[in-house]
Design a protein around this ligand. Structure first.
Ligand SMILES: Cc1ncc(COP(=O)(O)O)c(C=O)c1O
Length: 453
């Protein structure tokens, strides 16, 4: 039974009718979609109006790291809402100050200041602007296999096909190939070779673009939507070295990989590398209220001590969002959520996916860490031909759509992208829930196997 709320019609037919008539959805042909109305959510599950529950192996858009409706987080939001719901960014605010302190304390090195945004795109957009103003240079290098958000600069930095609709886009973004051993752009046969060649490729691009024109190199510490690509040993340290050599700002986009997803507060802590700027959003408060930000090191922050930073947002450092970030970080600490995510990766997801890869002809590779894993589906393990083509749609995407439908029918909501399914449950998921989801994945893969040899 769905509880009636003042002024919000909650019967499913009305919800669907109003959605169809008035809501314009992201990344969609409006006439071709039929959004599933969700009635409620709790822990690792959400439930539709017919009472069917789904174990969420997508964490929505890889953001509900703390799970749904965490009672302490809800209580903290309610409590702060009763105290203050908004105050503009020019004032100081207790929740904002404490959120900034907590996040800076968790970050590596001298990333001590935070510019708060409403989400990930505004974070990468502002990181780029800071890097340009700090260096006095105008170009940014970004990976082809990347997503950085959908505002003008962020979508230009994005390397995946979501950029195409925004082109011709902002001038001054140069794309590069990052490491991806399974489909190496450099024909490498070992992680060491991939690191060496990917770094040489960056150096070659810097040479021909002119180092003195390049403000920043942005990368997702672990590439998220575009494949959960864990960088090979030495790659991030190598990028750091190149940035130092040429005076380029290193931006780690941790909007998806940060705040527990990879079993650390920040994914970059796996490699002991300190970037100059880190962007974050999603997991910082699990999207209970929109918030994101840029962590800024002392040198870049000092660039704006005596000169104005030309950027701002009405809701920068929104008190309620900041209060929820404070509460979420404290809950993570109290409940050992980072440790849970790490252990799920090493003890459950990693070993179980390895067995699944052995069993299924359609599984070419599994990779990841923490609660951030990809299962790459192929037509043949030998040729590595993807189960569906790059950016497949319509009939071409049928094998992936059938696989996803098989998961949903069994009560697990997968996150599929191109020829991959990502295993990205909440960081709070229990071992039993994860095993339940992996068992469904195992069964549903029989659908993909029919297309594989
Ligand atoms: C790595 C990365 N950066 C930036 C963004 C954009 O974040 P938002 O959708 O909050 O603007 C995303 C969103 O998925 C992301 O995964």
């Amino acid at each position: 039974m769905v509880k009636e709320l003042d002024g919000i019609p909650t019967d499913v037919a009305t919800v669907k009718k109003l959605d169809k008539a008035h809501v314009f959805h992201s990344w969609s042909a409006q006439g071709l979609i039929d959004p599933l109305p969700i009635a409620s959510a709790k822990g690792s599950y959400f439930t539709d109006y017919e009472g069917k529950s789904y174990l969420d192996f997508s964490s929505q858009l890889v953001n509900v790291n703390i799970g749904y409706q965490h009672p302490k987080l809800i209580a903290a939001i309610q409590e702060y809402a009763a105290k203050m719901t908004t105050i503009q960014p020019a004032f100081a605010n207790d929740a904002r100050s404490e959120a900034a302190r907590l996040i800076a304390e968790l970050a590596p090195g001298d990333l001590n200041r935070i510019f708060f945004t409403n989400g990930g795109a505004e974070a990468t957009e502002n990181a780029m602007r800071m890097a340009k103003l700090h260096t006095g240079r105008h170009k940014v290098m970004a990976a082809y296999r990347s997503y950085h958000g959908a505002t003008a600069g962020a979508i230009t930095m994005t390397g995946d096909p979501r950029r195409w609709g925004a082109e011709p886009a902002m001038p001054g973004v140069v794309h590069y190939w990052g490491p991806y051993l399974y489909r190496s752009a450099f024909h490498s046969s070992s992680p060491e070779q991939e690191t060496e060649r990917a770094l040489q490729h960056l150096r070659d691009l810097i040479m021909v673009e002119g180092a003195q024109t390049i403000a920043a190199i942005i990368l997702e510490t672990i590439v998220g939507t575009n494949g959960i690509l864990v960088p090979p040993p030495g790659y991030l340290a190598g990028v750091r070295e190149i940035c130092d050599e040429f005076g380029i700002v290193m931006i780690a986009d941790e909007v998806m990989a940060g705040f527990g997803r990879c079993g650390e507060w920040f994914a970059i802590q796996h490699w002991d590398v300190t970037p100059d700027l880190i962007t974050f959003a999603k997991g910082v408060n699990s999207g209970y209220i929109p918030i994101g930000g840029v962590l800024i090191n002392d040198a870049i922050a000092a660039s704006f001590d005596q000169r104005v930073y030309p950027g701002g947002l009405t809701y920068s450092g929104h008190p309620l969002a900041c209060a929820s970030a404070v509460a979420s970080i404290n809950i993570f600490k109290e409940e050992g959520i980072i440790e849970n995510a790490r252990r799920l990766g090493t003890d459950v997801i990693g070993p179980e996916l390895a067995k699944i890869a052995d069993r299924h002809p359609s599984v070419g590779e599994v990779r990841g860490l923490g609660v951030f894993w990809a299962v790459e589906l192929v037509r043949s393990k030998q040729t590595r031909e993807p189960l569906v083509p790059y950016n497949a749609a319509g009939k071409d995407a049928a094998p992936m759509n059938e696989f996803a439908a098989a998961c949903k029918q069994r009560g697990m909501w997968p996150m599929t992208h191109f020829n991959r399914t990502h295993v990205v449950p909440p960081c709070t998921a229990t071992e039993q829930e994860v095993r339940e989801g992996l068992a469904i994945l195992d069964e549903a893969l029989e659908v993909a196997d029919r297309y594989a040899s």
